[in-house]
Design a protein around this ligand. Structure first.
Ligand code: G3I
Length: 347
C-alpha cells in the first residue's frame, strides 16, 4: 500500500515537473544549424515590428520566408490596371538585408482573388492575356528578389479531378501549363512549384496531380517542384504516409517543398484553455519525424521546410476553425515549445 502511494507520489511529482519545465531557450541554438536545408516560416512585418520575441525568432531561426497573404492576387493586384507592391516590397527588402530566401505565394489560386478578376468577362484570348499580364507583371517585378513561386495553388479536387475554378472555366485545363510558361518567361531563374493540400493523406489526389504534372513536364513545361502543404494532426496521418508522399514526389523528379507545415492538436474542437502536455509530446515527435524523414532524401531534391506561422497565436487554424489549437513551434508568448526543443536537441 505504502509502495503504491510512493509510486503515485513520484509519478505525480515528475508529471508536475514536466509541466513546469521550460523546455529550452532559443538563445542556445538555431534551428537552421541542425539541418542542411532551408527552414522557413511565414513572416508578417507588422508583427515583427510589434513584438521583439517574434522578431528574434524570425531573425535567428529561419532562413526562408513566405508571405502568408500579402503576395496573393487580392493584395498584389487589386484592380485590373493597378498593382500594389508596398508591403511585399518591404518584405523583399527585409529578406535581402537579412539574407533570407523569399518564396512567392501564390500567383494563381481560386481564393483571395480580387473582385475584378472574379468578375472578368471576355473570350479565351482575353482571359489568356489577363492571366499572362497578372503573372508576368508580378514575377517580373520581383525578379532577382523572389527565388521561387507557387505558380498554381490547389487546382485539384480530392477525387483527383481539376477544380472548376475561374481559370479552368475560362481557359480549360491548359491554364496550368500556360501559367508555368508565363512565370518562366518573366523570370527564367525562378524555381516554379505546384502547391496543394491533402497530397499526403490522399493518394488518389497525389497520383492524379503527379500524373497531370508529369504529362506537362514531358511536353517541356517548366515545373521544378511540388509543395506538400502538410496541415497535419497529431495522430493523423500515419508517419508512413508522410514518408510515402515525400518519396513519391522526389522519385518523380520534383523538388520537394514541405510548404505549409503545422500540426494541430485539437482536431475535434474540444474546449481547451491550454495545450495538454501529452499532446505537446506527441506533437514534438511528429515534427521530429517529419524533419528527419525529409532530411534523408537526396540534397538535390530538398527545397526546404516552411512552418505556417511563428507563435500559436498567429496560426490561421484558430480563426479559420474558431477553435483553441496549438499547432506551431512557439507558444502564445513566443516561448519555445517541446517541438522546437526536440528539433534543436535531436536533429
Ligand atoms: O485583410 C483582411 C482585413 O482587411 C479584414 O479586416 C479581416 C477581417 O476578417 O480579414 C482580412 O483578411 C483575412 C486574411 O487572412 C488576412 O489576414 C481573411 O479574412 C482570412 O480569410 C485570410 O486567411 C488566410 C487564408 O489563407 C485565406 O484562405 C490565412 O491567413 C492564411 O494562413 C491561409 O493560408 C492558406 C494558404 O494560402 C494556402 N493553403 C492553405 C492555407 C491555410 O488556409
Amino acid at each position: 500500500m505504502l509502495g503504491a502511494v510512493l509510486t503515485i507520489g513520484i509519478l505525480f511529482s515528475s508529471a508536475c515537473r514536466e509541466e513546469e519545465m521550460t523546455p529550452c531557450s532559443i538563445q542556445d541554438k538555431r534551428l537552421v544549424d541542425g539541418v542542411d536545408f532551408y527552414c522557413g516560416n511565414v513572416v508578417d512585418l507588422n508583427r515583427m515590428g510589434a513584438n521583439l520575441d517574434y522578431a528574434r525568432i524570425v531573425n535567428t531561426q529561419f532562413n526562408s520566408v513566405t508571405a502568408e497573404n500579402i503576395m496573393k492576387p487580392a493584395f498584389l493586384h487589386p484592380s485590373e490596371n493597378l498593382f500594389h507592391w508596398t508591403e511585399a516590397d518591404q518584405l523583399a527588402d527585409y529578406c535581402a538585408s537579412h539574407s533570407k530566401r523569399l518564396h512567392g505565394h501564390t500567383l494563381i489560386w481560386h481564393q483571395q482573388l480580387p473582385p475584378w478578376m472574379l468578375n472578368f468577362r471576355g473570350d479565351q484570348t482575353a482571359w489568356e492575356n489577363m492571366m499572362r499580364e497578372h503573372i508576368f507583371q508580378i514575377v517580373n517585378h520581383f525578379k532577382g528578389k523572389v527565388s521561387s513561386w507557387d505558380v498554381v495553388n490547389e487546382a485539384f479536387n480530392d477525387d483527383g479531378t481539376l477544380r472548376n475554378s475561374i481559370w479552368k472555366k475560362n481557359l480549360g485545363s491548359s491554364y496550368l501549363e500556360k501559367a508555368f510558361q508565363y512565370a518562366h518567361e518573366a523570370d527564367p531563374a525562378a524555381k516554379l512549384f505546384y502547391n496543394d493540400y491533402s497530397l499526403v493523406i490522399n493518394p488518389v489526389k497525389r497520383k492524379a496531380v503527379l500524373s497531370f504534372l508529369n504529362s506537362l513536364k514531358a511536353k517541356g513545361v517548366p515545373i521544378d517542384g511540388i509543395g506538400l502543404q502538410m496541415h497535419l494532426f497529431n495522430g493523423f496521418p500515419e508517419n508512413v504516409e508522410i514518408s510515402n508522399a515525400i518519396d513519391e514526389v522526389w522519385k518523380n523528379d520534383y523538388l520537394v517543398h514541405i510548404s505549409e507545415l503545422d500540426i494541430s492538436i485539437n482536431p475535434f474542437s474540444q474546449a481547451l484553455d491550454k495545450a495538454p502536455q501529452e499532446e505537446l509530446v506527441r506533437q514534438a515527435e511528429k515534427y521530429l519525424y517529419i524533419f528527419k524523414t525529409y532530411d534523408r532524401i537526396h540534397a538535390s531534391y530538398k527545397f526546404g521546410i516552411t512552418i505556417w506561422g511563428v507563435g500559436d497565436r498567429d496560426s490561421w487554424i484558430r480563426y479559420f476553425y474558431n477553435r483553441a489549437d496549438f499547432p506551431l513551434l512557439f507558444d502564445d508568448n513566443y516561448q519555445p515549445k517541446r517541438a522546437y526543443c526536440k528539433l534543436i536537441a535531436d536533429l
